[in-house]
Write a protein that binds this ligand. Sequence first.
Ligand SMILES: C[S@@+](CC[C@H](N)C(=O)[O-])C[C@H]1O[C@@H](n2cnc3c(N)ncnc32)[C@H](O)[C@@H]1O
Length: 331
Amino acid sequence: MAIPVELIKDFAASKCPQLARWGESLAATCQSRTAGSNHAELWHKWMTVLDRLPPPESGSLDASGDTIVIANHNHAVVDSQADEIRETVLELSPWRIGPWHFFEVDLQAEWNSFRKWNRIKDAGWFDGARVLDVGCNNGYFGWKVIDAGAQSVVGCDPFLLYNVQHEMFRRYSADKSRHHILPIADHEIPSGLAAFDIAMSLGALIHRRSPIDHLMLLHSSLRKRGQLVLETMAIDSGDCNLIVPENRYLKMRGVWFVPTIGMLKRWLKRTGFEEIRIVDVSPSKPAEQHRTEFMTFESLSDFLDPTDPTLTIEGYPAPMRVAITAVKRLF
Ligand SMILES: C[S@@+](CC[C@H](N)C(=O)[O-])C[C@H]1O[C@@H](n2cnc3c(N)ncnc32)[C@H](O)[C@@H]1O
């Protein structure tokens, strides 16, 4: 997993010189994540967990429904193994996005991510597209995008646990060569790639210290007239404004800016996007984000004012979930 050899080969063979150049340094970058990082030891432990799971030929991945299913081929896994698989999967907690059905285990993640998918799926030009998914977590959306007809998906997420979770499913997919995740952060994607038809940033913008740099990076990853699919928390107002939380927002330390929808549009215009379309504005709801057996930390209902769900626990306006598409402007 740590070194997505196939992807690097594809990049090296790519007619796009920027991708070919990136391919030259990518192996070393991935290697340094698992050999030199603080998480290296944990990464080895997590990878060993995968060895205890059913072999690739026992299952197949089906992403056509709300729950992504790893089906049990020819009853390769019998009921008596289900408890063991559940315990093994729990070792890779927390599970943030899903849901999944993994052999006989109903793997409920914190997010019912199909709700987000259902809000964006008809707005993205996914058919035949080469897609970049920044902040992809375990890759749930990548499989949905492939099911919607995308040619390939490259995800990136610097947290190795989520890369391992992705690998847990990828091995069962007939499309495994079309969906890779790199263990890197957004700022490690080279500027000026101009290689992807779609750049997705779902639930990631709000956590960036520099949202403008994040948007510029997404812009520069896109080919001419490529499409941005952006989903984020925002305040439901057309005014150009933002909250800079004094301390935490929804108990999160790393939230520096919460923009209004008006401010988001301005950021997008300034960073080189046009045809900006607000696809959906929906409230955050516990039906979409909640604590489960596979994610036992606090979740949405702990983050909102219990007496007034229009406010965060800190007293700020509660965010809406906003989905936006935009097109890379030609300068
Ligand atoms: C709130 S989650 C969103 C996950 C998923 N895209 C979704 O919409 O449900 C944010 C993700 O961004 C990842 N992340 C954090 N810092 C990042 C960075 N600098 N570059 C890329 N991803 C990052 C986190 O590990 C996490 O998986």
